[in-house]
Ligand binder design. Structure first.
Ligand code: ADP
Ligand code: TYD
Length: 208
């Protein structure tokens, strides 16, 4: 196994292909002999998966945006403590499906401007940003219909509808400019293999 401490995240609106691409990347890197941990948020650790159910199921109006920020951050802190940091300390490559950029967007933008609260809590309690973030950009209608097609109980955010996805897409594009050193934009309106090739080349560029 090759030791190559690296923290990679996937971001983008619901249904943009993050989970598909995260898995393909993890498989490709493992085949090359890298030691890879594939994880996701909200969740990724026992405690955080329990918080995930509170966040993704039930009435869309169940939590205020402020309460959501605290819940997502609590889940992230547990995930950091028990999964991400131990893996990075062992020199593993961590691939995480969503991370703090999702909170900057979904909670920081969707109901008022709470970006300052997200950034302050992230700085205080998480203290780690990814080395590389792959932002999969996607038409909100296509993303939303793909996400709704999954038919799970975890539809709280999808039930806010296409307007939320439009807002999130615009926000993510701005975020890519703000953090242009680490966020790489990928056009997700292509077939799975084409997106996979772009992801692979971007990661190889960072690994070299
Ligand atoms: P996300 O994790 O961003 O919500 P998923 O990877 O779960 O997205 O993909 C949502 C759905 O869209 C899945 O059914 C997946 O097979 C499909 N999908 C993913 N990428 C593509 C693509 N490039 N073209 C067409 N369908 C895709
Ligand atoms: P996820 O399972 O990644 O959904 P999808 O596969 O549809 O992209 O995440 C579930 C929902 O959680 C998604 O709608 C976005 C939301 N979310 C936030 O609102 N804030 C966050 O910090 C994170 C990590 C996710």
């Amino acid at each position: 196994m090759t030791s190559e401490k690296l923290f990679i995240t996937f971001e983008g609106i619901d249904g943009s292909g993050k989970s598909t691409q995260a898995k393909l990347l993890a498989d490709a890197l493992s085949q090359l002999g890298h030691d890879v941990v594939l994880t996701r948020e909200p969740g990724g650790s026992t405690g955080a998966e329990q918080i995930r159910a509170l966040l993704l199921e039930g009435d869309p109006e169940r939590w205020s945006a402020e309460t959501e920020i605290l819940l997502f951050t609590a889940a992230r802190r547990d995930h950091m403590e028990t999964v991400i940091l131990p893996a990075l300390e062992k020199g593993q490559i961590v691939i995480c499906d969503r991370f703090a950029d999702s909170t900057r967007m979904y909670q920081g933008l969707s109901r008022g401007n709470l970006r300052g609260m997200v950034d302050a809590l992230t700085k205080l309690t998480i203290q780690q940003e990814p080395d590389l973030t792959l932002l999969i950009d996607m038409d909100p209608n296509t993303g939303h219909s793909r996400a709704k097609g999954r038919e799970t109980k975890e539809e709280r955010f999808e039930n806010f509808g296409v307007p939320l996805q439009e807002k999130m897409r615009a926000g993510f594009l701005k975020l890519a400019e703000e953090f242009s050193d680490r966020i790489k934009l990928i056009d997700g309106n292509q077939d799975i293999r084409s997106v996979q090739a772009i992801v692979y080349n971007l990661v190889m560029g960072v690994l070299k």
